[in-house]
Design a protein around this ligand. Structure first.
Ligand code: ADP
Ligand code: ZN
Length: 613
């Protein structure tokens, strides 16, 4: 590959071949060798137009071409005629050649006839084509790997984005709601600021920190804030970028990235999506690119092992699937520090909204606590998006400040999708009303289920209607009863269609996908089926080479049976419940057809369900 010794060997070979070919083509033209006697005869015949001489060698042109007087024995060259000739003048010749030439009007030139082409021509034609070809190859590659590392050899360069320190650098001020993780990184900042303080006492500065947590929780933000707080350069690169293009490039990109960082140390290297190259090597082989991943991973490990600890480069990596990482990555001296970045709780969400509304004009009535309480499950990135949508909404409505209803409408748009103006036929609308009422009614009837916040038959995104439920408080674990209730609610739409029309429609597709996934996890992951027992069937850490669970076929069949059994039970329960509460279902559907959207309180009222306080 470019940069490697073998690559330059190939270039050299190409240039040599180019030169040889060029010399072939630019070989001097063939001349007939004639004896001096024959030459003098031709001159006297007036058949020599012009000539030049260098020393005793005479080269010239015949006025009319003559045939080769002595063709080769094998007959080749027979019949060929020549208008160029060459001869040697014997040193003992005493004739007055010049006079003879003058008498026969032969022009005597000064320029040597077969002089080699000028140097610049030799260079251009001798190496030009190869250089042109190389230039084309490189510019194509460079375009493909657009970004940093321009020029020859740029292929193996890292494309890491380097964030310079500046006035608007990220600090811990910009991070909220993930205090635990933040606290653990404060120490790293101190390492970077005062390395002597630690090395003086013989302590080794950590080389790698692994941030784990769901997407959007602020892992990148946190890494950048560490760099900002410590006032050091920050190199950021996604692990998948190491290996995206050409085989063999990943490792050299890693090398380059570390080199760049070492040059400006102290510095932070941030590697996002570490799992895309750091998967454990035994199982779960990805299609293709296997060696490439391994080489890249090995290079990262080599670089980290090579740190003496005094370079002042700290590698921060992020992943949302720490459990599938190769254990080699987590060994001491590598990513031996793990920091969990958990989704924020309600207080954390309020703080994050606070960060993102900082400097934006807010209406007095805006209640950040209320927004935080109605956004369970949302992470930093979602909340940032929510605030942005609210600001756009406010701008569109020409509000002076962002109002509370901008936030609630933005939330609806973010959670439920954008409303779509499509015309539904009256039959379709009615079916949708029953379908959503089915979800909502069962959602309201299940003990312990998340309250129904909104029901709507306004089409949004790909859905014709929505029923939105969310818990009152954050939930961190789920009981089996709760999950069953959830599944029954998910199947409630289809059950309602079944009970009312005796048929079902495609509208329930997504519901079934979700319900089946949930049941699969209950059976294979959470040990919630008696037949399987507390066995982890679906475990990514122990899959075979094709990513399949390492369990017997018997167990797999049992899993299938259990999924079917639970799903049948839940569906039967849904249908039974709908039949028993048909009156309430019809009331809800009628209200929906009338108003299109029912808010939480309306919905419970129409269904005649009183909630436990
Ligand atoms: P991750 O790397 O975990 O996927 P990011 O750090 O890329 O998440 O988060 C995306 C954006 O969301 C950040 O740039 C930031 O604006 C916002 N964000 C995420 N988490 C937080 C947080 N805890 N506090 C403030 N903003 C956050
Ligand atoms: Zn549905």
């Amino acid at each position: 590959m470019p940069g490697g010794g073998r690559f330059w060997l190939i270039v050299l070979a190409m240039l040599t071949i180019n030169w040889i070919l060029f010399s072939q083509f630019s070989a001097p033209p063939e001349r007939l060798s004639v004896s001096y006697t024959a030459f003098v005869a031709e001159v006297e015949d007036g058949n020599v137009a012009e000539l030049v001489s260098t020393g005793d060698t005479i080269q010239g042109t015949f006025a009319t071409p003559i045939a080769d007087p002595s063709p080769e024995e094998d007959g080749s060259g027979e019949g060929a005629t020549y208008d160029l000739f060459e001869t040697e003048r014997p040193t003992f010749a005493e004739d007055d050649l010049l006079e003879l030439l003058a008498d026969n009007a032969v022009e005597v030139n000064a320029e040597p006839a077969d002089a080699p082409a000028p140097l610049w021509q030799q260079l251009v034609f001798g190496f030009g084509p190869t250089l042109l070809l190389l230039w084309i190859i490189f510019s194509v590659f460079r375009r493909a790997s657009a970004g940093m590392g321009a020029g020859i050899g740029g292929l193996g360069r890292s494309k890491a984005k380097r964030y310079e320190l500046g006035a608007n650098r990220t600090t811990f001020e910009d991070v909220a709601g993930i205090e635990d993780a933040e606290d653990e990184l404060v120490e790293i900042v101190d390492f970077l600021r005062n390395p002597d303080k630690y090395t003086r006492l013989g302590g080794a500065i950590p080389k790698g920190v692994l941030l784990t947590g769901p997407p959007g929780t602020g892992k990148t933000l946190l890494a950048r804030a560490v760099a900002g707080e410590a006032d050091v350069p920050f190199f950021s690169m996604s692990a998948s970028e190491f290996i995206e293009m050409v085989v063999g490039v990943g490792a050299s990109r890693v090398r380059d990235l570390f080199e760049q960082a070492k040059k400006v140390a102290p510095a932070i290297i941030f590697i996002d999506e570490l799992d895309s190259i750091g998967r454990s090597r035994g199982g779960g082989m990805a299609m293709g690119g296997h060696d490439e991943r391994e080489q890249t991973l090995n290079q990262i490990l080599t670089e980290m092992d090579g740190f003496t600890g005094s370079e002042g480069v700290i590698v921060i990596a992020a992943t949302n699937r720490p459990e599938i990482l190769d254990q080699a990555l987590l060994r001491p001296g590598r990513f031996d520090r793990q920091v969990v970045v958990a989704p924020p709780d309600q207080r954390g969400r309020a703080a994050i909204i606070g960060v993102h509304t900082r400097g934006k004009p807010l209406g007095d009535e805006v209640d950040i606590e209320a927004i935080a309480s109605s956004t369970p499950g949302m992470v930093g990135a979602d909340l940032k998006n929510l605030v942005n949508e609210a600001a756009l909404m406010a701008a569109r409505r020409q509000h002076e400040k962002i109002a509370m209803n901008d936030f609630t409408d933005a939330l609806e748009k973010v959670v439920l999708g954008t409303e779509r103006r499509i015309m539904m036929s009256p039959e379709e609308r009615e079916r949708t009303a029953y379908h959503e009422s089915g979800h909502a009614l069962l959602g309201m009837l299940q003990p312990g289920a998340d309250p129904v916040r909104k029901i709507s038959i306004v089409p949004r995104g790909r859905a014709l209607g929505v029923t939105f439920q969310s818990p009152d408080a954050d939930k961190y674990s789920y009981g089996e009863e709760y999950l069953r209730g959830k599944i029954i609610g998910m199947l409630g739409g289809r059950a309602a269609e079944d009970v009312i029309y005796g048929t079902t429609s495609t509208g329930a597709e997504n519901d079934m996908v979700q319900a089946t996934n949930l049941i699969r996890n209950m059976v294979g992951r959470w040990g919630m089926s008696v037949a399987i027992g507390p066995v982890a069937v679906f475990d990514e850490r122990s899959t075979d080479a094709f990513g399949r669970p390492q369990v017997s076929e018997h167990t797999m069949r049992l899993v299938d049976d259990e999924i079917r059994r639970i799903s049948d039970e839940c569906y039967a329960a849904a249908v039974e419940s709908i039949e028993n509460h048909r009156g309430q279902l019809e009331a809800l559907a009628a209200a929906l057809l009338d108003k299109e959207t029912l808010e939480e309180n309306e919905a419970y009222e129409v269904a005649g369900i009183v909630r436990d306080p």
